[in-house]
Design a protein around this ligand. Structure first.
Ligand code: GLN
Length: 292
């Protein structure tokens, strides 16, 4: 086959070359995923049809996707999907792209729900964005009732689309409003991946994040804990006895979040859990009670 015949291996090489030139950290993988997206198949599906030559409309789409990626648009926003907890979520620039480190928060919440003896525990996912945490929990736990809350009505449209697509076993209600305000009832568990990037860190974030992802989902004032602090102020009145809170945060914020939870005097056990990279990532407060 001639070297310039646009069969799939050739296209992948060409795409990887272009993306390498624009400084992408994973050019070959990105090229494969983008081509699979344009062909409406998976990455492994690509290899099953390696000898095929795509038609001109697919090629035009492929070149457009490569250009967007060269300009720094995150891959998930180009393909419109992101895998999280083994589920495929629809994403676009209205929501933060689900991160692998957030799977820790879901695993911790899920283990807590496994241990919970209530028949139908109520959970709040505050700052739900794409709905990835709320929906992953409701997917695994048929008996839970999850309230996914977000300040951004635009983000809730994405969460709504994901709920319709994934049709989780448990009940998920999506509510618009500030932190815990929209909750119709006290809950057993509050999970939250709120904004925690400090203003001083913002300028150092990769362009793909800073220029494309919603600032509302990322940035919090001063030490990055202003939004978490605000949530905690209101938390006791929304959390049932023996309830728990689980908060994602940055690797350097574990001690501060433990300090904030400790100061509330209403949790029996407070601990910070490490993500797969071995960094402080989630702090949990268990055994909610009224301080003596
Ligand atoms: N982990 C995210 C990042 O790397 C931050 C998410 C957040 O602020 N909740 O940008």
């Amino acid at each position: 086959m001639a070297a310039d015949t646009p069969d799939l291996p050739h296209l992948i090489r060409e795409g990887a070359q272009r993306l390498r030139g624009s400084g992408s950290p994973s050019p070959a993988l990105d090229a494969e995923l983008l081509l699979a997206h344009c062909l409406g198949t998976s990455r492994s599906g690509l290899y099953a049809r390696a000898a095929g030559v795509p038609d001109p409309s697919v090629l035009a789409h492929w070149h457009q996707c490569l250009t967007e990626r060269e300009r720094g648009k995150p891959l998930a926003y180009i393909t419109g999907t992101k895998e999280f907890m083994g589920l495929e979520f629809q994403v676009d620039e209205r929501v933060l792209i689900p991160r692998p480190e957030t799977e820790l928060l879901v695993e911790l919440a899920s283990a807590w729900l496994d241990r919970c003896r209530k028949r139908s525990p109520a959970v709040a996912d505050v700052g739900t964005g794409s709905g990835c945490i709320a929906l992953a929990l409701a997917h695994r736990h048929a008996r839970v009732s999850v309230f996914g809350v977000d300040l951004s009505p635009a983000a809730l449209c994405v969460a709504e689309a994901n709920r319709a697509r994934l049709r989780p076993a448990g009940r998920v209600s999506l509510l618009s409003g500030h932190l815990l305000d929209p909750l119709p009832q006290p809950v057993d568990l509050v999970v939250a991946n709120l904004p925690y990037v400090k203003v001083s860190e913002w300028v150092n974030l990769p362009n793909g994040i800073r220029l494309h992802e919603p600032e509302l989902a990322l940035l919090a004032d001063t030490d990055g804990l202003d939004v978490i602090r605000e949530l905690l102020e209101d938390l006791p009145s929304h959390l049932l006895r023996d309830g728990a809170v689980m908060l994602e945060h940055g690797p350097d914020q574990g001690a501060n979040v433990r300090h904030l939870l400790g100061g509330m005097g209403c949790f029996t056990v407070i601990s910070t859990q490490l993500d797969l990279a071995g960094r402080d990532r989630c702090t949990v407060g268990l055994g909610h009670h009224t301080p003596a």
